[in-house]
Design a binder for this molecule. Structure first.
Ligand SMILES: [Fe+2]
Ligand SMILES: [Zn+2]
Length: 369
């Protein structure tokens, strides 16, 4: 039996469908034609789309529409038939991306044993889930051998290489190219703001820490931005709009990018904070909006360096701090080089970390079937 008369209504170039659950979907005709799931419109082997929307007129409309249960059948002017399952369309409305829990100075990253993170799928799955929610975890009891970060590739990788080094050494170095190679305090920042796409995940591996001081500091940049957005929407907007130059270089390397400090997606959700006081270059003073930008930047710096934003802890030899670097800033307090302090950094990409979690869950579901 079809319920097309009462459950399917044509409104201009949109089909309004009332499913058996009572939920209503408004489906544009071009959308309906483009997403046809048939063997002619898809590469069956890979389920990739093969149909190209420009092969039909922009004003295409179905000749006939019928709804049987939640099975929607459309017949197009050339006789092509498209069938949709209402539950499949309803599932498209569900959003699972973008969930994150803000934190402040009271936060302390969850800790997981390094070996178990590599060997135990369910522990790795829990750790990555926590990482995506909070933007920071610590892997502990890792080997203190240089290059250990390479072994995180199966879980987080591949390594995102940037210039200077594949694995970066951070220790006091009179010839170093960066403030990190001194003993002075490092304000919260993310690395390689001088790339148009800075690394989105950073792992900081403490090999040895026998210096006095040098506590690690992390800040939930997105939490700070959310506060700023509430208090001063105009400041937030200025940070989204003003392009800011960043540079990191030495004799053999030159990296440079110009981009706003804050980026949002089309729905206004935060995507990334780019913040590095040490790498920021001089703005052209003649560009319109410098005054507005600086007022906003002043407020942002105040919030990012405030005590109530700084989660503070000590990294000992064998600890690896992993941060979602487009959200969480890292820094350290000044230290007295009374003993050796050696850290190594490597970078990964959040897309790959997310995909590892999907694959882990898929594998887990198969094991439990
Ligand atoms: Fe850094
Ligand atoms: Zn088709």
């Amino acid at each position: 039996m079809t319920r097309a008369d009462e459950a399917v209504i044509r409104r201009g170039d949109v089909l309004e469908v009332r499913w058996s659950s009572g939920q209503v979907s408004r489906l544009h005709y071009l959308w309906l034609r483009d997403n046809c799931d048939c063997a002619e419109c898809r590469v069956v082997q890979t389920s990739e789309k093969r149909f190209m929307i420009s092969d039909v007129p922009a004003d295409i409309a179905p000749l006939a529409v019928s709804l049987d249960g939640d099975r929607l059948v459309l017949v197009w002017p050339d006789g092509h038939e498209t069938v949709y399952d209402g539950q499949h369309i309803a599932a498209l409305h569900a959003t699972d991306a973008g969930e994150w829990t803000p934190w402040d100075s009271g936060f302390s990253p969850s800790r997981y044993p390094f070996d178990a993170f590599l060997d135990d799928d369910s522990l790795a799955s829990a750790a990555i889930t926590e990482f995506l929610d909070k933007g920071a975890i610590i892997l502990q009891q890792a080997p203190t051998r240089p290059g250990t970060l390479e072994s995180l590739s199966p879980r987080l990788g591949p390594i995102r290489e940037v210039l200077f080094a594949r694995i970066h050494d951070v220790q006091v170095d009179p010839g170093g190219y960066n403030i990190a190679h001194t003993a002075i305090a490092l304000p919260p920042h993310n690395d390689f703001a001088s790339y148009s796409w800075p690394p989105s995940v950073q792992a900081l591996h403490m090999l040895v820490n026998e210096a006095d001081g040098g506590e690690s500091v992390i800040v939930d940049g997105w939490n700070v931005l959310s506060t700023l957005r509430q208090q001063h929407p105009d400041y937030f907007q200025a940070l989204c709009e003003m392009p800011v130059p960043f540079r990191e270089f030495d004799d053999d390397n030159e990296t440079y990018a110009v981009a706003p400090l804050v980026r949002c997606d089309a729905d206004g959700n935060l995507v990334s904070l780019r913040f590095s006081n040490q790498l920021m270059q001089t703005l052209d003073p003649g560009v319109p909006g410098v005054g507005e930008f600086y007022r906003a930047y002043h407020a942002l710096c105040g919030l990012l360096t405030a005590d109530n934003a700084r989660a503070r802890f000590r990294l000992d030899g064998g600890d690896i701090l992993v941060v979602a670097a487009h959200r969480v800033l890292h820094g350290r307090e000044a230290f007295e080089p009374t003993g050796p302090r050696h850290l190594q950094d490597a970078y990964f990409e959040l897309d790959n970390v997310r995909n590892h979690l999907v694959v882990l869950k898929r594998r887990g579901a198969q094991v439990h079937e």
